[in-house]
Design a protein around this ligand. Structure first.
Ligand code: HEC
Ligand code: HEC
Length: 316
């Protein structure tokens, strides 16, 4: 997570701004490429919030409102009370940040993963207030806005140390051996090791941790209602990476599977048509973004996935 003091934040801001402003302008002059960034385009990127609150938008949100935002958008990954360490335990945020405004900045730019920037300013204020309350940093009646948030003092604000060995090129690192440059040992014997498989299997098979199908689990019909042809369809969609771009109820990069099912409901040729479309890729039916081709999928797998998708219609 970003830990930055005032000067570092300012420098970063100036650097980014310089890039945005100068690069298009220069290349335009010299190479006749690109165009000047418009103020609206710059505003879209210029979302950083500084420790002193500079950059915070208008709006506000209370701990209670944040509770609702959190349950709907964050709890699945971070645990009902921010306790889940499967991703990052949000109840530990207070020990990691010197400014509460950085929490706002982070949530605002990166969360809820993978739908960052989907919350309104009010919702980000509210959920920041709630996370701070979970950390016992603010009281239950706290309302976050651009005046109150910079005034919150994080408990470890003055407890952070920089470690010169890591932070500076000339710093002395924490290993004190001299590097061997000549007559070095030919065979190196490793004398200490982590228990075999410990790190490798720490998270199991990471494909099992994939959360893209969470919303499908809630709404998909129970297994007994599925016909033989669509059993395994959901697993194939995850295995073949389809759920990186598709979700059941909402548009991601590609259309919501439910919307696809509704569109082709009653269309006798849909399985054939869509199987071919998935295999060959294409654009224009749902917008201008293309779906890449999937040439290596077997006809059987294509049809199982297509039937599963078509089975998700809301108009039964
Ligand atoms: C799909 C899972 C997912 C959802 C939903 C999600 N997060 Fe996260 N969150 C993550 C992951 C993964 C990270 C770690 C990212 C990294 O380190 O690059 C993270 C990191 C964070 C951090 C930084 C914590 C730290 O200790 O540094 C905060 C704060 C946070 N999330 C808040 C939220 C809030 C608030 C929401 C809801 C609006 C939310 N997240 C929704 C997965 C999720
Ligand atoms: C990189 C993103 C991406 C991936 C990966 C992806 N899709 Fe798509 N998908 C799209 C887009 C974008 C569209 C809309 C295309 C259009 O407008 O014609 C789409 C459309 C579809 C449609 C509707 C097609 C139509 O003509 O109405 C189906 C069904 C579909 N995808 C299934 C799948 C399946 C199954 C997989 C996995 C094998 C998959 N998609 C993987 C992006 C993706």
């Amino acid at each position: 997570m970003l830990k930055c003091d005032q000067s570092c934040g300012t420098l970063l801001g100036i650097f980014l701004l310089a890039m945005i402003v100068s690069v298009p302008a220069r290349s335009q002059d010299k190479y006749h490429l690109g165009k000047k960034a418009t103020p609206a385009e710059i505003a879209g990127w210029n979302i950083d919030v500084r420790p002193d609150g500079q950059g915070l938008p208008a709006g506000q949100g209370s701990v209670n409102q944040g509770n609702d935002v959190y349950d709907a958008n964050c709890a699945a990954c971070h645990g009902t009370f921010g306790e889940s360490n499967e991703y990052l335990a949000l109840t530990a945020v207070a020990t990691k940040l010197n400014y509460a405004t950085t929490l706002f900045d982070y949530i605002n730019r990166a969360m809820p993963f993978p739908h960052s920037k989907s919350l309104t300013a009010d919702q980000v204020y509210a959920v920041s207030a709630y996370v701070l309350n979970l950390n016992n940093v603010v009281p239950n009646d706290f309302v976050a806005n651009k005046d109150t948030l910079p005034k919150v003092k994080m408990p470890y604000r003055d407890g952070f140390k920089t470690f010169p060995g890591l932070m500076s090129v000339h710093g002395k690192p924490d290993v004190h051996n001299t590097a061997c440059m000549k007559h070095c040992a030919k065979d190196v014997k490793v004398t200490a090791d982590l228990p075999k498989g410990f790190v490798k299997n720490l998270y199991g098979d990471i494909r099992d941790n994939f959360r893209g199908l969470a919303s499908m689990n809630e709404t998909a019909p129970p297994k007994s209602e599925l016909t033989a042809a669509v059993v395994g369809g959901k697993e194939l969609l995850a295995k073949n990476g389809c759920t990186a771009c598709h979700a059941l109820d909402q548009k991601v990069v590609g259309p919501a599977f439910r919307a696809v099912a509704d569109k082709y409901r009653g269309n006798a040729g849909a399985v054939k048509l869509l199987s071919a479309k998935i295999k060959n890729g294409g654009a224009g039916v749902w917008g201008t973004i293309p779906m890449p081709p999937h040439p290596d999928l077997s006809q059987a797998d294509l049809e199982i996935m297509t039937r599963w998708v078509l089975d998700q219609t809301s108009k039964k």
